[in-house]
Design a protein around this ligand. Structure first.
Ligand code: MG
Ligand code: MG
Ligand code: MG
Length: 306
């Protein structure tokens, strides 16, 4: 079995693929964690901190291969020939948009990260969690919940981190979380296009083809200082991919608020109306205390376009 997180992988996608492969191996399956894109700076920091092997990049599998999907379930975020693959299991915490041709195992919960679900699966199967695995799971939970700032985080995520840290022994989780977020915020070596598409997902809003990029950062000024380049990059990506709309949100992790940098009049109007945003300048919109694409941005846009 090949175990994959989503395209444009985040820390939860990479960690969950690696940890799920450890779980399935302990259960007697032959499996391998793989990935569908490059590690972001935060995930690189986490990988170096805990020293786990990076899953191999493998963007295509032969038809009929058996896969496990973690941290996603939509074909647009997965292998292009997903409909020709055999999905053995999905472990996820996103909304579902899925049709399969054969039965499969699904484990989905309303919880802050896929890593939290994997913790439960280890416990349920009485499989011991080693120190490295515990640390990796903590990092993925911190990443997805923005260290419990995001409305996606639950009491369970907090309890799980507490239990895992009895094994991992990270001295100061707050400091560790800031190290992760600062690593993610260092975007100096990336092009504007890479910054837009680093944490980037496609959506269909009532027949309109959208992509939404988010930049979770401890230094939002970095993005605002390069707003013109970020606008130009969005215009280019939008036209190359024939999108109806492209939105880019700069999420200020520490102040728990977001700014949209919009690429055309359509996006500006959409954000102003859907989010009741306030206009800082023509293409810079303050959307207030919004930090989660999954729980805030996407539902708001779905309601707006329906
Ligand atoms: Mg993810
Ligand atoms: Mg996740
Ligand atoms: Mg995220």
């Amino acid at each position: 079995m090949y175990i994959y997180g989503h395209k444009n992988p985040d820390t939860d996608a990479i960690v969950s693929a690696v940890v799920a492969s450890r779980l399935y191996k302990a259960l007697g399956y032959e499996c391998q964690a793989l990935r569908l894109g490059e590690l972001n700076k935060e995930t690189q920091f986490v990988q170096e901190y805990f020293g786990f092997a990076i899953p191999e990049l493998k963007e295509a599998l032969p038809d009929g291969s058996q896969v496990v999907l973690v941290d996603h379930n939509e074909i647009s975020q997965s292998l292009d020939n997903l409909n020709e693959l055999e999905i053995f299991a999905i472990i996820d915490h996103h909304k579902f948009n899925l049709k399969t041709s054969s039965p499969l195992n699904i484990r989905a919960e309303i919880i802050g990260s896929t890593a939290s679900i994997l913790y439960k699966m280890f416990v349920e199967n009485s499989i011991e969690i080693d120190k490295q695995t515990a640390g990796m799971l903590i990092a993925a939970i911190i990443s997805d919940t923005l260290y419990f700032r995001s409305p996606t985080s639950t009491e369970q995520d907090r309890e799980i981190v507490e239990k895992l840290n009895k094994i991992a022994g990270i001295a100061d989780l707050e400091t560790f979380s800031l190290q992760m977020f600062d690593a993610k915020s260092d975007l100096s070596e990336f092009t504007p296009e890479q910054i837009i598409t680093m944490d980037y997902k496609p959506f269909d809003f009532n027949g309109k083809k959208f992509c939404i990029g988010v930049m979770e950062t401890t230094s939002p000024d970095f993005a605002l200082n390069m707003q013109q380049q970020l606008i130009e990059a969005q215009v280019k990506i939008k036209s190359e991919n024939n999108l109806d709309g492209l939105l880019f949100f700069v999420v200020d992790i520490l102040h728990e608020q977001s700014t949209a940098i919009t690429c055309s009049e359509f996006e500006t109007q959409t954000v102003l109306e859907a989010f009741e945003a306030s206009q800082v300048s023509e293409q810079i919109l303050n959307v207030g205390s919004i930090v989660s694409r999954k729980k805030q941005i996407v539902p708001i846009l779905e309601a707006y376009f329906s």
